[in-house]
Design a protein around this ligand. Structure first.
Ligand code: ATP
Length: 605
């Protein structure tokens, strides 16, 4: 077996435990900014306060980054959630005499609660309506600050909010700045752990249209609510520090542009980049404050900035740095190791293939009947090909088996269980994996991460274990990384494991999708035109790969136009034409049928 060359520089040292990697440029820039902030904070009390607030805004913006940047849910209400958190601490500490920490916990809980309630309609509404809801919430909160005078103090606000203290140490001045910086660093680490895990990949997958996430068994509603809860809790916590740093809070602090500000920071700093909020706050809060004359024109500067960034730096400051960094990293070469293709076969565990029984299945799209009375039996552990002219209903059939399209009539039994009426997430969790005609990889992620994401439903470590890198999460991640690398070897792509998926041609992206499906240990694997875009050599390897998968027990259904491939590996072929079954049998029987030849040459239409 021909060995593959794999560069160790491509294996993440953090994960593989080998070698030393230079920190990314973004990280270096952020570290420098923190050092400058700490140094500046020592100059005088004005700078100290400025840097303390910069830290608080960064914490708040990190929460919004998870929601808007990673999950793609744009909210204008983030500033209003910070405001709610601020008032929760102010009221609890001043009116009821609570200490800072219980008040901060209350703020985080109140932020979380409001955010989840706000998020519930987002599960059903289009993003435009959701944005309107968040605007309405922001306006309502601002109005209530004045209206609920007995509670909030009205225009006069609340004065005398205490500073945090711990074990007799009071965090004031530089101490408060250091505490905020510490909380920011902790949150950064937690975010890093979440983003570099199945949770982060699933969030990004939801942002890209959630089809891939659902096919992977991700409960997208739960995950969206998690994003709301996390960002709301972080906003509330930032509010607690804001209240404490100011000592006095009034409704004036929370004008509408306070909410817009966080969105600007995330969008211009670099959405879905860990360093985005820090760079955004540095550029769009600290800089205008230092250049005092700019302060007056902040909103205009945001507008101009947004326009300029959307043209020149569409991925924000952090995105621009990361692009430059990618080029820099590409120039670094590492020593090479070998990983044989059959190293992958060893990780494809034996499974009990799934039986499929379809009866009288029909699908209407308005006036178009895409499938019409289709009945089909697929034997466990076999390779079953679905062929037919363009528009004959092949992809529709796969979409119905995997739960993406509801049936207009008929029945689909997987191992005897009716699945008509079930959604893709639930069907995926039965052991059905699929690939797509147009590959749906996350282009910004590496091949390895894309494959790892396929193990979503298998992973045992909880969100909390992942967030704090507890032993079970670490061990599970290491084991799955190794498995993903071997599966990449199986499809011949281990050597590119750490390249961005977007860099691959479509044909090879399909192979990555197969590796991703395999890590989910499918009992039934649905492949939509796996051979499209592959070279002749790669086609032979695809045939071998499919035989390997069949030997492991998995039932394979493939929609394919490549007749030679079908003839060489399929046990059974079903020919669809205009939504109906035209012929079925072994490849020899089917491809020698006059009716099939007629349909393919256009005569049957
Ligand atoms: N989401 C949809 N909405 C409306 N019509 C659809 C939809 N999906 C498929 N169709 C229609 O259903 C019919 C079957 O389409 P389908 O994509 O299943 O065919 P196919 O055999 O997979 O074709 P191809 O080989 O070109 O991929 C076509 O007439 C198509 O236009």
């Amino acid at each position: 077996m021909k060995p593959l060359i794999v560069s160790t520089s491509l294996v993440s040292p953090q994960r593989a435990g080998a070698g030393f990697a230079l920190p990314s440029l973004s990280l270096v820039a952020c570290a420098l900014l923190v050092l400058v902030a700490a140094g500046t904070a020592l100059i005088n009390s004005y700078y100290l306060l400025l840097m303390t607030f910069a830290g608080i805004y960064m914490v708040a913006a990190m929460g919004l980054n998870l929601l808007a940047g990673y999950a793609g849910i744009v909210s204008i209400a983030h500033g209003a959630l910070v405001c709610v958190g601020t008032y929760a601490t102010a009221i609890a500490s001043v009116r009821y005499g609570w200490g800072f920490w219980p008040s901060a916990l209350l703020s985080a809980s109140v932020g979380l609660g409001f955010s989840v309630v706000l998020g519930l309609p987002a599960l059903r509404l289009s993003s435009w309506y959701f944005v309107l809801i968040t605007i309405a919430f922001t306006l309502a909160v601002t109005a209530m600050l004045n209206d609920l005078r007995g509670f909030t103090g009205g225009y006069g606000g609340i004065v005398g909010i205490p500073k945090p203290s711990l074990a007799g140490v009071r965090f004031d001045g530089f101490g408060l700045f250091a505490l905020v910086a510490g909380v920011g660093a902790l949150l950064w680490w937690v975010m890093h752990n979440l983003i570099d895990s199945r949770i982060g990949w699933a969030l990004q997958s939801i942002r890209e249209g959630d089809v891939r996430a659902r096919a992977n068994g991700v409960s997208t509603a739960r995950l969206r609510l998690f994003a709301f809860a996390f960002s709301g809790a972080v906003a509330g916590l930032a509010g607690a520090f804001y209240a404490s740093a100011k000592g006095v809070v009034t409704p004036e602090d929370f004008s509408f542009d306070f909410s817009i500000f966080f969105l600007f920071v995330v969008v211009l700093g670099g959405p879905a980049r860990l360093s985005g909020p820090l760079l955004g706050v540095a550029a769009f809060y600290v800089l205008p404050e230092l250049l005092d004359s700019l302060k007056e024109y902040r909103m205009i500067a945001y507008g101009v900035g947004l326009l300029a960034f959307s043209v020149f730096l569409p991925e924000g400051l952090a995105g621009a740095i990361a692009k430059f960094d990618d080029r820099r990293q590409a120039r670094r070469a590492g020593p090479a190791v070998t990983l044989p293709r059959d190293a992958g076969a060893a990780v494809v565990e034996s499974v009990q293939g799934m039986a499929l029984r379809i009866r009288d299945l029909a699908k209407d799209f308005g006036g178009v009947r895409a499938l019409d009375g289709v009945s089909l039996d697929v034997q466990p552990g076999s390779i079953h090909a679905i062929v037919g002219p363009n528009g004959s209903g092949k992809t529709t059939l796969l979409n119905m088996i995997s739960g993406f399209y509801p049936a207009s009539a008929g029945s689909i039994l997987l191992d005897g269980a009716e699945v008509v009426g079930r959604g893709p997430t639930s069907i995926a969790r039965l052991g059905v994996q699929r690939t797509f005609q147009t590959p749906k990889l996350l282009g910004e992620l590496s091949l390895l991460e894309n494959v790892r994401f396929g193990a979503y439903a298998r992973e045992q470590a909880s969100g909390l274990e992942i967030a704090f890198r507890l032993p079970r999460a670490r061990h599970e991640a290491a084991a799955l990384d190794a498995e993903a690398l071997r599966l990449l070897a199986l499809v011949g792509l281990a050597g590119r494991a750490h390249e961005h998926a977007a860099l691959l041609p479509h044909g090879q992206q399909r192979l990555v999708e197969i590796a991703r499906a395999l890590i989910g240990r499918p009992k039934l694997l649905l492949l939509d035109e796996p051979a499209a875009g592959l070279s002749m050599g790669e086609l032979d390897e695809l045939g071998d790969l499919m035989q390997t998968i069949r030997r492991m027990g998995t039932t394979l259904i493939m929609v394919e136009h490549h007749i030679e491939l079908v003839a060489s590996i399929a046990n059974t072929v079903t020919v669809l034409d205009q939504g109906r079954i035209l012929a079925e049998g072994t490849p020899d029987q089917v491809f020698s049928s006059a009716a099939v030849v007629h349909a393919y040459t256009g005569g049957a239409r």
